[in-house]
Write a protein that binds this ligand. Structure first.
Ligand SMILES: [Zn+2]
Length: 153
């Protein structure tokens, strides 16, 4: 038996004015509505609590995955001659050139008078076909990497 039911049964036996009975009746109706709303809101809160718990679990899993991937992709980075050089697990711990803008691997295209270094990532879709820089004649990937290695030591 709810609190409202107790109040109703208590007041039923009392001799009170009709106006007061009417006002009490309206108040009981409003109280019933509020109890109903309260019940509905409690159910919604329970559903939201479950959603929050699931989201928290998903977030924790995502954070663990992020940490694992960060550790797996840990790299040293050096900028040299407009190129980004990276060394880590995905480069077999060797220094390799990358695009300094989007960090995609860089391609090397030796030509007769110079070497073209280009981005193989998003930049390649641009009008300049991903050109990062030109290397002067005689400069090779190996000589660039050797310079970077001397910079690290
Ligand atoms: Zn790029």
């Amino acid at each position: 038996m709810s609190l409202i039911d107790v109040a109703k049964s208590t007041l039923t036996g009392l001799a009170i004015a009709d106006t007061l009975k009417e006002r009490l009746s309206l108040a009981f109706d409003r109280a019933s509505e509020l109890e109903s709303q309260n019940t509905s809101l409690q159910k919604q809160v329970a559903v939201l609590d479950v959603q929050v718990a699931n989201i928290t679990i998903d977030r924790d899993k995502a954070q663990q995955e992020l940490k694992r991937l960060q550790k797996e992709h840990e790299e040293e980075t050096i900028i040299h001659g407009l190129l980004e050089f990276r060394r880590g697990k995905r480069t077999s711990n060797k220094w390799l050139p990358f695009c300094p803008v989007f960090h995609a691997p860089a391609g090397i295209n030796p030509q007769s008078n110079r070497t073209v270094v280009y981005c193989i990532g998003e930049c390649s879709k641009k009008p300049n076909a991903g050109l990062i820089t030109y290397l002067s004649q005689g400069t090779t990937l190996e000589s660039l990497v050797a310079k970077v290695e001397r910079m690290v030591v």
